[in-house]
Design a binder for this molecule. Structure first.
Ligand SMILES: C[S@@+](CC[C@H](N)C(=O)[O-])C[C@H]1O[C@@H](n2cnc3c(N)ncnc32)[C@H](O)[C@@H]1O
Length: 266
């Protein structure tokens, strides 16, 4: 097996063991309570998703979500009346969204699929959405090219990848490099080895703009978004205060963990 195939298999095993966003849920799996708790927690922690996605503006549009995870955002697109298609690398994610659609009596097209080889014709979708996914795939650039390929001319992409020059990366580096006596390890190294599935990447604003410049796109926006994770939401009050002092000194708008990307295909 080639190295990238092996890496993708490891990524798949990681996310297949437990669907993304279900780690703190204490309700019985696949019940209504289970899904309601997933949804409540997601938008309490990541309310910025609403202003970025703008779910209700895509009524009647043909939409693809790449990497649906437990399917919470996908559900919002379906509820908003988009013609929805969703893929994920894992059976576990697809089982989650299938249960949710059934539970709420909603219709959409979901299947297991690979972001690096999207199972759709070119020029098919009005919008492609992908939140926190393609940086986990071994060939992130191929996944990005696939998103561009399946978009209709004039179609829009809304993508989030992790931001390397963020407060979260800095605290993560302190924990996994500095305090482990390995201060020479880079931000990229700690993210690759310690952040969720193996091989996770993160980009700077400049790197992402340089990547996107190579394609036939317009209205490109690459903007960091300050998140619950940068505020160290799961840590103690002292750590949270330290994070906010640093964030305010540097400028919150520069150091968010979520790098939001929007563009239209020419
Ligand atoms: C951090 S979760 C995000 C899921 C969802 N978008 C969310 O925000 O909750 C990452 C997801 O990406 C999926 N994924 C990773 N590599 C993928 C690939 N090559 N193709 C499709 N999905 C992939 C994983 O299976 C997992 O469900």
């Amino acid at each position: 097996m080639q190295n990238t195939d092996k890496l993708k298999q490891e990524v798949k095993e990681f996310w297949n063991a437990q669907a993304c966003g279900t780690q703190n849920i204490d309700k019985e799996k696949y019940t209504l309570d289970y899904f309601e708790q997933i949804e409540k927690e997601r938008y309490e922690l990541q309310p910025e998703i609403f202003s970025f996605a703008q779910f209700t503006r895509f009524h009647g549009k043909k939409l693809l979500e790449v990497g649906v995870g437990a399917g919470t955002d996908f559900l919002q697109w379906v509820r908003a009346g988009a013609d929805c298609y969703g893929i994920d690398l894992t059976e576990e994610a697809i089982a989650h969204i299938q249960h949710r659609l059934q539970l709420y009596d909603l219709k959409a097209h979901v299947k297991v699929g690979d972001a690096e080889n999207l199972p759709f014709e070119s020029n098919t979708f009005d919008i492609v959405y992908s939140w926190g996914v393609i940086h986990h795939s071994p060939n992130t650039i191929k996944a990005l090219e696939e998103i561009i390929r399946v978009l209709n001319p004039g179609g829009s992409a809304k993508i989030m990848v992790y931001h390397r020059h963020s407060l979260l990366t800095f605290f993560f580096w302190i924990k996994h490099a500095l305090l482990k006596g390995k201060p020479w390890k880079s931000f990229a190294w700690v993210l690759w080895n310690k952040m969720e599935s193996i091989g996770t990447k993160a980009y700077t604003v400049r790197e992402m703009n340089e990547i996107l410049n190579k394609y036939n796109l317009k209205d490109v926006k690459v903007i960091p978004s300050f998140s619950y994770y940068d505020r160290l939401g799961r840590f103690n009050k002292f750590m949270q205060k330290t994070a906010m002092i640093l964030a305010n000194l540097i400028g919150r708008e520069k150091v968010g963990w979520f790098l939001t990307i929007e563009f239209n295909k020419k």
